[in-house]
Ligand binder design. Structure first.
Ligand SMILES: [Zn+2]
Length: 837
């Protein structure tokens, strides 16, 4: 009764007025608090008549937070373009006053003995996020109204709902992409809206606003979490473990509205059956709302829940329910479509409808979802107890840096791991405490660990929306071994510091460093920037009692541009910047090659141009840009193919052509050939190697197969063809460590990621096949039987001379999505060591 009185009082104090400007979105009659600013009061226009820029969105969210006791706002970090990564926590004022206790009680449900914890009054946690693809803007624009409504609505059901829900409101998953796209859509808008799809408004220029600053698809990074946007988000996710997470996207203009569940046969087997049942039950609330609205929709026929790197799938392996929404895109403001004219406002209203139906479901299914959450963690614990394997030993004996980055990822997902007690040998590999960890399998994040280490090779379905494998020890090229006890674990790692570089002593003769550390290219670049001569040893040797591997780098102490003392001081500084240990030596006399040997050859400075623009796959180009720019701090020039005609290529030593198809390069063949013939290095990736082969840069013999459909009906045509797609799987290679392309690698095997069906026949001379797929190469993921037969013993790498220069062809993506640390070295070796091959 008392509560009712409070509600009545609230109603009485507010203005019950028609939201003339927002009634299209929010309905005609609803009590709103007039003190809360509507979006147009800040934006200066009605939502949907322009595309909100991220700057404007930020200002509005701060204004809302200032004016509402229901909202707390925080900035969790910045994007590469220094835009804030905002989070609004929206709940009742009373819950806000109690928020830490609520968060604690929520987390408590994942702990042992949580069965007795009472949940009658416990709020459910819902994470709502928008427009992870910047050019799918209806989500973020709907977010303006959703946030307004949650702040201002004084309807009893809203007030009651906010008492039972904590809403983590992420108004823009991809600020840089949203900003980039809003500029495009707004700058091309006509006063008389032009629905013609051919209009410039609907056709963005390369690379478009989908991706972040370095052209990454942020909706593939939830599990690898290599990018700042994901890292901030996963931190929030780990802290709260929300019960529902929604991810608002857009799809093709002629579609309608999609909500999950996706295709049932493509659910990751680590996701509980109950997850999909609950997703479907939540779907009933979307159905109710969309039926009422009369908006077309569908579910279960598209998309899937297989790869845990997506926003709607990552939650599923964390006891949460991830939900994907896909709205047909108007892209700009009004576009013709199979369903009639599709306005931006209409797309925003659908997103808003789904956001509200989610909250209604969350409110109504609160107890059921909290119970599911609790059961998920207790089941995981029971499963772990039953399993024979108790821990995973993981290590990288010579490369503490890669190991450190791997551990950072574990920590972000709040996976527990321990120091290794003592040096052990497993499967012929040595694990030392300094560069190894032990991950116990009996822990809260058991399912997530399993997902990270999964090596699934047989599948119910042969179609995948995205990659079929991501096994992290392979991606990072780390040694790992399953243990039946946790005996090897010493104390838990709770704090990490990056590995330290340094110079052990002043070298009177020279300085040496091996090539194993991940940041070796960074150090090489720093040496070049400081005009220091550096050479590489082509074979192993022993000096002053220490063994040095293939590809050890040597810096002569004398005859540099700076004196010996300055050199020593500089090396101390840059070795520390690159986390690499340098050894000073007092003699050049070695067992094996002496330091003055002809087998030490000069490593030249690289002036790198990366071809970008029409025809180039922007993801692949972005990965290369990101690797060289952010990891190794190597400056590169991005050259748009359309500017190639007037570019003097003589300024560069290396030209990188990422995966490419199309015709934009057709008129530049002779220019690029001249560049190579005069001594340049041309590195081509994936589909670009077809172009290299066709235009006689390099001669490649491809193996091909094209199965003919027999007994396949028209209905099954897409499945039949889709089954031959290698969407992303992991394959084992044998590597020849004496070849410069492999300098730095310790093992004689290297797992490679591939998502093409390009198979190059091995050379008849074995020394020309430094990286070769094994005869049983599939390590993880899906490939058709026909393609598996083809790939055996083929080569992903080929190089040959052309004039005074060199051409390098790679069938595989060695830089995949910033988390394939293991093969990053292949690109930098192709850059720095091409002239030694
Ligand atoms: Zn999308």
């Amino acid at each position: 009764m008392k509560k009712l009185l409070v509600l009545v009082a609230l109603l009485y104090n507010s203005t019950l007025y028609s939201q003339s400007d927002l009634s299209y979105f929010l309905g005609p009659e609803h009590p709103y608090n007039a003190e809360i600013p509507k979006p147009n009061e800040l934006l200066g226009y009605e939502v949907g008549s322009w595309h909100v820029s991220h700057d404007q969105l930020v200002r509005y969210m701060y204004r809302l937070a200032e004016s509402s006791d229901r909202i707390r706002i925080e900035n969790r970090g910045t994007t590469y373009e220094d835009r804030p990564l905002l989070l609004l926590t929206i709940t009742s004022e009373e819950n806000h006053n109690n928020i830490e206790a609520i968060q604690k009680a929520h987390q408590q449900l994942t702990e042992p003995n949580s069965e007795n914890q009472t949940i009658e009054n416990q709020p459910l946690v819902v994470y709502q996020g928008f427009s992870i693809h910047g050019n799918e803007p209806s989500g973020a624009n709907a977010g303006l109204i959703a946030a307004y409504h949650l702040a201002a609505s004084e309807a009893p059901e809203t007030i009651e709902m906010l008492d039972k829900l904590v809403i983590l409101f992420d108004p823009s998953f991809n600020p840089d992409g949203l900003q980039r796209f809003s500029y495009w859509a707004n700058m091309n808008k006509n006063q008389v809206l032009t629905a013609d799809s051919n209009d410039r408004e609907y056709n963005e220029i390369w690379p478009g606003g989908r991706t972040n600053h370095y052209w990454f698809d942020l909706n593939r990074d939830w599990l690898p979490a290599q990018l700042p946007e994901s890292q901030a988000r996963i931190k929030t996710f780990s802290k709260w473990l929300p019960n529902i997470l929604t991810d608002h996207h857009e799809m093709g203009t002629n579609s309608s509205f999609f909500f999950q569940p996706g295709i049932p046969s493509r659910v990751n087997p680590l996701t509980p059956v109950m997850n999909q049942k609950l997703t479907k039950k939540i779907g009933e609330y979307h159905i109710e709302a969309f039926d009422k609205l009369g908006s077309l929709y569908y579910s279960e026929e598209d998309y899937d829940d297989f790869y845990y790197g997506k926003g709607s799938t990552y939650p599923d392996v964390n006891g949460s329910i991830g939900i994907l929404f896909e709205q047909a895109s108007s892209r700009g403001h009004l576009q013709e479509s199979d369903n009639g004219l599709l306005s931006f406002q209409f797309t925003i209203r659908n997103q808003l409808t789904a956001a509200f139906s989610t909250l209604k479901a969350a409110y109504s299914m609160r107890m059921e979802l909290l119970n599911y959450f609790r059961t998920f963690y207790s089941d995981a614990r029971k499963n772990a107890a039953k399993e024979k394997q108790k821990a995973i030993l993981i290590g990288s004996p010579k490369d503490p840096t890669t190991m450190h980055h791997f551990a950072e990822m574990l920590a972000l997902h709040e996976i527990k791991f321990h120091q290794l007690k003592n040096t052990v040998i497993r499967g012929g590999k040595t694990y030392v405490p300094e560069t190894s960890y032990v991950i116990p399998l009996e822990q809260k994040k058991h399912q997530l660990v399993k997902a990270m280490f999964s090596k699934q090779r047989s599948f119910q379905d042969s179609l995948f929306y995205d990659i079929s494998a991501w096994t992290f020890p392979y991606a990072f090229n780390l040694n790992h071994h399953y243990e039946n006890t946790t005996e090897l674990a010493s104390s838990e790692v709770t704090e990490m510091t990056p590995p330290k570089g340094g110079v052990d002593k002043k070298g009177n003769y020279a300085y040496l460093f091996e090539a194993h550390n991940y940041y070796t290219p960074k150090l090489l670049n720093l040496l070049h920037q400081n005009k220091i001569r550096v050479k590489v040893g082509l074979t192993p040797f022993t000096l002053e009692g220490k063994k040095y591997d293939y590809g050890t780098y040597m810096i002569p102490a004398k005859n540099q541009e700076i004196d010996e003392q300055e050199l020593f001081t500089l090396l101390k500084k840059i070795s520390s910047q690159s986390q690499i240990k340098i050894t000073g030596v007092n003699t050049g006399s070695a067992t094996g090659i002496d330091l003055g040997s002809r087998n030490f050859t000069t490593v030249k400075e690289a002036k790198i141009a990366l071809l970008v623009g029409e025809g180039v796959r922007s993801y692949d180009a972005g990965e290369i840009w990101h690797l060289l720019d952010t990891r190794h701090q190597i400056s590169i020039s991005k050259i748009d193919i359309k500017d190639l005609r007037r570019t003097d290529l003589g300024r560069y030593t290396h030209l990188i052509l990422p995966s490419y198809s199309g015709s934009s390069l057709t008129t530049h063949v002779s220019k690029i050939k001249e560049f190579v013939q005069e001594g340049g290095v041309l590195i081509g990736y994936r589909t670009a190697i077809n172009w290299l082969d066709k235009n006689d840069f390099i001669s490649l013999e491809f193996l091909e197969q094209a199965p003919i459909a027999e007994g396949i009906s028209f209905e099954d045509k897409d499945k039949f063809r889709g089954a031959q797609v290698t969407g992303g799987a992991i394959f084992n290679t044998n590597i020849d460590r004496s070849h410069p392309i492999n300098f730095g690698y310790v093992n004689s095997n290297l797992p490679m990621f591939r998502n093409t069906n390009l198979y190059i026949k091995a050379d008849k001379e074995s020394y020309n096949n430094p990286i070769q797929y094994t005869s049983d190469p599939l390590l993880s993921g899906y490939i058709s039987e026909e393609n598996l037969a083809l790939i055996k013993n083929t080569v992903p790498f080929k190089t040959s001379r052309l004039g005074r220069g060199r051409v390098i062809a790679l069938t595989d993506n060695t830089n995949f999505r910033a988390f394939w640390y293991g093969t990053n070295r292949i690109l930098t070796n192709a850059i720095y060591l091409a002239d030694k091959m």
